[in-house]
Design a protein around this ligand. Structure first.
Ligand code: AMP
Length: 540
């Protein structure tokens, strides 16, 4: 028997309509240079999204087509989020920090038709435009005066496109299961993989993560998104803030600028913010140097990588900010668990409280977790036994976009590539990573690609790259290599080998020559033993 309730689809259009009707006057602030900001409202932003949807229709864009953005966090990117998804097109947010080969791969793999770009990224696209022949044209996110001279073909100006269009659009009624956006993430091996979100997954995730015991905020909060909008929709904030009716603050291109962030927090009275550990550390360093404060900030969410104890201590002792840890993945439409202190927290002693905040937290509504051994046998939830962490739920990726085999999907569960223990109450603690990736400042580095490059050096016979701890970046690549006995190359010679062959920020920070590398029973280099031996190695 079917329920007799209305079949109103959970789409991003419902978020837009809700905010347009009930939160139209709430502000969106964007930093446009270190000193000044741009102000708009949800009402105005959605009118401009309608103008943009008309402009895209005039350019011949069709539902289901992928349209990319290479853009910072600001009001124009926010408008594009809604214009594309609510008109049935697919928003493909691209990480501009990828290097050219990867950009070419994902633009071609996604079959992007148009690319919106901040003027900063014009040179990047000029370099690769001959390799992305399917892209019909480029739309610069500025007005005519600011449009740079460029060799990019079929270039349009965003503000001009909008000015030619009316500010209402007949938004189609979309199926909640239809695709709305695409974000690529690094795979353990091979090329980046695309996660294709549905409207429903975005809305369900936004609702679950907005609960008070997840990382909820209210219409009285002022919310700052320091997580880039090209990284898993800035953890959902551009959907959550309009849903709730909170004022939204975007730092523009100044995501890594402590001074601008401090200024925005105090001037705009930001009370809630999200960021990766590296960004929070950078802000704390700036505050320490300048003696400035961040008084309005009450709660900050940290995630994307393991967060050091010192950051929790500094936030709470020196700045009276509650720092809350979350764990998530691109494949989860961002958040999987959040560590909000529950009713039992007060009964812990000080040492237990300290170690408790370092855990990744309990699953948000809808996310199921389990851990298994190498053979797939489920392991107990005793807070001690570590195993491969699997997840399932309405916001979890089922299969990658246009990808034949999915080694991550096992019997309806998604294998995260993280290794964790789970306590009896469902608290997850990440203890290791089985995927061969290094997370530096919140961005992935493929250890395999560095190893392959190292092995092209005529004097290197075997190479392994692991993530070593780093004060600022969390992890940095550390190369452990075996070289030919007669070779006299120095570490510096070998490190110079990487110049121009891989992205400069992927270059290992350090190299250690060893006689031999440890191997597993199947003859593979044992990264686990190397991580056990050298993973605590600290690169300054
Ligand atoms: P991404 O898909 O780029 O968001 O990266 C997801 C991965 O980042 C996870 O699978 C973890 O390896 C790592 N990660 C995310 N949040 C945390 C956290 N709070 N602690 C430790 N690692 C994390």
């Amino acid at each position: 028997m079917q329920g007799q309730m209305m079949n109103v689809p959970l789409t991003i259009t419902t978020v837009m309509e809700h905010a347009r009707l009930y939160h139209a006057k709430r502000e969106i602030i964007s930093a446009i240079d270190p000193q000044s900001t741009h102000k708009t409202t949800y009402g105005e932003a959605f009118e401009r999204a309608a103008q943009l949807a008309n402009a895209l229709a005039a350019l011949g864009c069709k539902p289901g087509e992928r349209i990319a953005t290479l853009a910072w966090n600001d009001y124009r990117h926010f408008e594009i989020y809604y214009a594309l998804t609510c008109s049935g097109a697919i928003l493909h947010t691209i990480n501009p920090r990828l290097f050219e080969e990867q950009l070419v791969y994902i633009i071609n793999h996604a079959e992007d038709q148009w690319i919106f770009l901040d003027p900063d990224f014009v040179p990047l696209l000029e370099n690769i435009q001959d390799d992305i022949p399917n892209v019909k044209g480029f739309i610069t996110l500025c007005d005519e005066k600011q449009t740079p001279k460029t060799s990019l073909k079929n270039i349009r100006c965003y503000e001009t496109l909008l000015s030619e269009q009316k500010s209402d659009f007949e938004w189609p009624e979309l199926d909640e299961y239809s695709a709305c956006s695409l974000c690529y993430t690094s795979g353990t091996t091979g090329n980046p993989k695309g996660v294709l979100y549905s409207h429903r997954s975005i809305v369900v995730h936004a609702l679950s993560v907005s609960m008070l015991d997840a990382s909820g905020f209210s219409a009285n909060d002022i919310v700052l998104s320091i997580v880039p909008m090209f990284h898993v929709h800035a953890w959902g904030l551009p959907f959550r803030a309009p849903m709730i009716g909170s004022k939204l603050v975007f730092p523009g291109r100044y995501l890594g600028n402590g001074e601008v962030l401090q200024n925005l927090i105090t001037k705009e009275k930001v009370s809630f913010a999200v960021g990766v550990p590296t960004i929070w550390q950078l802000l704390i360093d700036y505050l320490e140097q300048s003696g400035k404060k961040i008084e309005p900030l009450r709660r900050a969410i940290v995630g994307g990588a393991a967060c050091p104890q010192s950051l929790f201590d500094q936030f709470s002792n020196e700045y009276d900010v509650e720092l809350i840890q979350g764990w998530g993945m691109t494949e989860l439409g961002s958040v999987g668990t959040v560590n909000i202190p529950g009713p039992d927290f007060e009964h812990l002693n000080e040492a237990e409280k300290k170690s408790s905040v370092l855990k990744q937290g309990r699953p948000i509504f809808g996310v199921q977790v389990k851990i298994t051994d190498d053979e797939g046998k489920e392991l107990p939830w005793d807070g001690q036994t570590s195993g491969h962490l699997y997840v399932r739920g309405p916001n979890v990726c089922n299969s990658y976009f246009s990808q034949e085999s999915d080694e991550f999907a096992v019997n309806g569960w998604f294998m995260t590539g993280d290794v964790a223990n789970i306590a009896a109450d469902g608290t997850v603690q990440i203890t290791d990573r089985s995927k061969d990736l290094i997370k530096s400042g919140g961005e992935w580095i493929s250890s395999i690609e560095i190893e392959n490059c190292a092995l092209t050096h005529p004097q290197i016979t075997e190479a392994a790259v692991i993530g070593a701890k780093h004060e600022k970046w969390g992890e940095r690549p550390f190369l452990i290599a075996v070289k030919r006995a007669e070779d006299s190359s120095s570490a510096e010679d070998i490190l110079n080998w990487f110049d121009g062959k891989i992205a400069s920020w992927w270059k290992p920070d350090n190299i250690l020559f060893v006689e031999e590398l440890p191997h597993t029973a199947t003859g593979k280099v044992s990264k686990l033993s190397l991580r056990e031996k050298y993973g605590e190695f600290f690169i300054k």
